[in-house]
Design a protein around this ligand. Structure first.
Ligand code: GDP
Ligand code: GDP
Length: 450
């Protein structure tokens, strides 16, 4: 449903302040030390009902690094950031600062962005006084990025106009879903560098694919591989190739952070996300970030534990490994786990089978009649909770959406419809309709007594 918007710009121009303003984080700590305002790389934003993912490319840079380095040699870093934005985003916002005026590095990055052909919006930040467009403001027209947007990220002025334009430039919501266009399942293989993503794609494709082109700005679609298995077509979205292609690594950047951002774009576009874990390393922080994003987006997911051939095992090993992963991934307990080897091809068939099953469940539609029969049964078996003599009543349930299956339940009082009872209803739905392997969403709505 979403698209990706990336914020790029020099340190201290206000990228993270803008990010926080747009994603609606209320407790932004604002400090004059660059990087202090920042603790997230991406967030979900909504403008006039259009949802999108916002990435702060500065966050990738400074996120876990020594802040003293922020100013040093920032031009190569900015270029690398811009490259990430070009590779992953649908729309790019270049943030500049009216107080420091137009700088050489602004121009440098602007021309890089221009060359990419991606939609770019120019934000001139720190225009705190409304209607006061100083002569410096007009310099920014020289960047060739069209009309600059005068914005004050601190006050929020101008952000509405900027977002209106962002929304116009995002691809139509449906276009992000390849399957609806191509009628074939698209599978994104995401995970840490060296977990074996390209090895898996190569194994599946049955041949060493040509190394992707070295030309900057090569479209990410070039990395989609269409394969056929048992008469069915699949699109495989590989995020590893991008990393190889770009100059990012040479700039000495934190490869892991970039690979997360790349994974986000792939997850957005896919029908099923295969989250690749390296069996020799086990679960890591980065795995949880990527998986958490797929979970937030309600995607069908399969957890593939790769390099299983390298693990010394007896008859208990897999069970123990699985148990540990179930704890690590307890926030997405619906995601099936499969132990594979991209090297030997072990259980790749099973992986595909699981991709199909999770996708089927993720796109299931259940009739309102059947749902309400279940609701009647579930509420008669376990009574809804009550509080001080007032009982929660669930009137009606209907499925509002797929990807993920989303159910709206009308009740008399939302406060009474406790989380634990919602969980109970959710489990009843999962059990009754065979939805054990997909995220599902329950939305409670209040309706007057009837
Ligand atoms: P980043 O390094 O580009 O992410 O910049 P930050 O968001 O950390 O902001 C750097 C500094 O600029 C902080 O002190 C912010 O309070 C300040 N700042 C950000 N936006 C504005 C703005 O619109 N007006 C003013 N006056 N200051 C701002
Ligand atoms: P990527 O960065 O996620 O694309 O990882 P690669 O596909 O480049 O793999 C990283 C390394 O792990 C390479 O040396 C691969 O040969 C090796 N590798 C990948 N999958 C397997 C596997 O299933 N078993 C073994 N033994 N090695 C693997």
């Amino acid at each position: 449903m979403s698209g990706i918007v990336a914020i790029v710009g020099r340190p201290n121009v206000g990228k993270s302040t803008l990010f926080n303003k747009i994603t609606g984080r209320r407790t932004a700590i604002v400090d004059d030390t660059p990087g202090v305002t920042r603790d997230r790389i991406y967030g979900t934003a909504d403008w006039n009902g259009r949802e999108f993912t916002l990435i702060d490319t500065g966050g990738i840079e400074y996120g876990q690094q020594d802040e003293a380095c922020a100013y040093k040699d920032f031009l190569p870093k900015m270029r690398a950031q811009a490259q990430v934005a070009i590779d992953s985003a649908d729309v790019i916002i270049l943030v500049t600062d009216i107080r420091s005026g137009l700088t050489a590095s602004d121009s440098d990055v602007a021309s890089l962005l221009l060359k990419s052909g991606k939609p770019v919006l120019l934000c001139v930040n720190k225009c705190d006084n409304l209607g006061d467009n100083s002569p410096e403001f007009y310099e920014f027209y020289n960047l060739g990025l069209g009309e600059p947007f005068a914005v004050s990220s601190v006050h929020g002025h101008g952000t509405g106009d900027l977002l209106d334009e962002v929304i116009k430039m995002l691809p139509p919501a449906e276009e992000n879903q390849l399957s609806t266009v191509n009628c074939q399942l698209s599978i994104a293989i995401v995970g840490k560098p060296n977990s074996g993503k390209s090895s898996l794609v190569n194994k599946i494709a049955g041949e060493e694919r040509a190394i992707v082109s070295d030309i900057a700005g090569t479209t990410r679609d070039a990395l989609d591989t269409t394969i056929e298995r048992d008469g069915e077509k699949f699109t495989i979205i590989d995020t590893a190739g991008l990393r190889r292609k770009s100059k990012v690594r040479k700039a000495g950047e934190d490869v892991e952070h970039y690979s997360i951002v790349r994974a986000l774009g792939a997850v957005d576009r896919c029908d099923v996300a295969v989250i690749m874990i390296d069996a020799t390393e086990g679960f890591t922080e980065q795995d949880s970030k990527i998986a958490g994003y797929a979970h937030e987006k309600g995607k069908a997911c399969v957890i593939a534990v790769n390099k299983w051939d390298l693990i010394e095992k007896d008859d208990k090993t897999m069970g123990e490994f699985r148990k540990k992963l179930e704890i690590d991934f307890s926030f997405m307990s619906y995601a099936p786990i499969v132990f594979i080897s991209a090297l030997t091809g072990q259980r790749i068939d099973k992986l595909f089978e699981l991709c199909k099953v999770t996708f089927e469940q993720n796109t299931t539609r259940i009739g309102t009649g059947k749902l309400n029969d279940l609701l009647g049964y579930a509420t008669s078996r376990v009574q809804p909770p009550s509080d001080r003599g007032k009982r929660c009543k669930l009137y009606y349930i209907t499925q509002a959406d797929t990807k993920p299956p989303t159910f709206v339940i009308f009740c008399n009082k939302i406060d009474l419809f406790h989380f634990s009872y919602q969980r109970y209803i959710e489990n009843q739905i999962r059990e009754a309709f065979g939805l054990d392997k997909t995220p599902i969403k329950i939305i409670a709505r209040e309706r007057g007594e009837s």
